[in-house]
Design a protein around this ligand. Structure first.
Ligand code: MRU
Length: 360
């Protein structure tokens, strides 16, 4: 596939002909654009765990389509066998990554879709429809986040982002990069600074790649350069995504996000979290209750280097996410508008209930 076409390809898709989950293998970007066609539970779980597909919304959609695909190819002959296989596949996928709430959110929606009894074929049809509903909603929600976020930006603004919360982290548009992509469509010109995002380099490899594919003026900086870039006055807004937002607004996102928020506060730069309601988890009261994924030390010491860059056997601490306290967040940009503090009443009003179910 041509690199310029990356934005024309949905990050997560269902191939109806072969009954396969289609993803772009993001571990190979930016050098190689390769689509993977997956039907086996083990390979779908592996793709999520190894970040071949990553970003909270994309993980949710991949899990939903993946669960449908696994059941499509299952040998279950009756309803009991179907439900048993479904429960096992759901549990395997749910355990793949713990922090992004979209994963469990999407799997729970799939389970609800087959609450009512039926033959395996009837249950399969409902799983198919629900998976595609989740996919289509993701596209609509991200577009709306893009439109809402754009109201906070001016033509020519410098924008700093961390990790990749772009199209590659959703089906289309992205969350944090949606205002940029929508803005480009409308003739805006932004100057994007993308933190490289150690250790897996989602900023350098993925955000830079997708922004350049959209013709955006893009500069990669090492994570420790954000302060300098803000001090220079080059950044008018920070836009980041999120993996789970607690009821009080505390937000888990890629490791390093909270440091950017502290810097933004120091330099008086607005710090916006772009958040689909599927990422807001009202069941979790504060950031302290969000499970933080820890990943293998080799990601820090060896991956992306030609030879190990730390002494063999050194201890490594490699949390994949951190929590930004709500006091550091200027506003949440959601599909239902821009929410300012105090966040919890705004979230609850939008959900229309006191429970973290579906948005109204
Ligand atoms: O470990 P990753 O690459 O899945 O982490 C992704 C992020 O932290 C994103 O910012 C977040 O999932 C939001 S994606 C719209």
């Amino acid at each position: 596939m041509s690199k310029a076409n990356i934005l024309h390809q949905d990050t997560v898709a269902l191939d109806e002909q072969t009954g396969a989950l289609i993803i772009i293998d993001q571990t190979l970007l930016p050098g190689t654009v390769k689509l993977l066609s997956l039907t086996e539970l083990a390979e779908i779980r592996e793709a999520i765990y190894l970040l071949r597909v990553r970003g909270a919304p994309a993980i949710g959609v991949a899990a939903a389509i993946g669960l449908y695909v696994v059941m499509l190819h299952s040998a279950a002959k009756d309803e009991a066998a179907f439900r048993e296989a479904f429960a096992a596949a759901k549990a395997t996928l749910a355990a793949a990554r713990p922090t992004a709430v979209n994963l469990c959110w999407a799997l729970e929606r799939m389970e609800k879709a087959i609450k009512r009894g039926g033959t395996p074929n009837e249950l399969l049809a409902r799983l198919h429809d629900e998976a595609l509903r989740i996919r289509d909603e993701d596209v609509r929600v991200c577009r709306a986040i893009g439109e809402n976020g754009l109201t906070l930006l001016k033509d020519g603004d410098g924008v700093l982002t961390h990790c990749n919360a772009g199209q590659l982290a959703t089906v289309r548009y992205g969350t944090a990069l949606a205002p940029i992509h929508v803005g480009v469509e409308k003739g805006y010109h932004f100057k994007l600074f993308t933190d490289e995002t150690r250790p897996l380099l989602q900023g350098a490899r993925l955000s830079a790649y997708e922004l350049m594919a959209d013709g955006v003026d893009t500069t990669v900086i090492c994570d420790n350069m954000a302060s300098q870039v803000m001090k220079n006055g080059w950044v008018q807004a920070v836009l980041v995504g999120c993996d789970r937002v607690a009821a009080n607004g505390d937000t888990a996102n890629k490791i390093g996000t909270s440091g950017v928020a502290v810097l933004a506060k120091h330099y008086g730069v607005p710090f916006y979290v772009c958040a689909p309601f599927s990422t807001i988890d009202l069941r979790v009261k504060t950031g302290g209750d969000i499970p933080i994924e820890e990943r293998p030390g080799e990601e820090v010491t060896e991956m992306w280097y030609q030879k190990p860059m730390a002494p063999q056997g050194v201890k490594v601490y490699n949390p994949a996410f951190d929590v930004t306290e709500h006091e550091l967040i200027t506003a949440f940009i959601t599909e239902r508008g821009v929410l300012y503090p105090p966040f919890e009443p705004g979230f609850r009003k939008a959900f229309g209930s006191s429970e973290g179910e579906e948005p109204v």
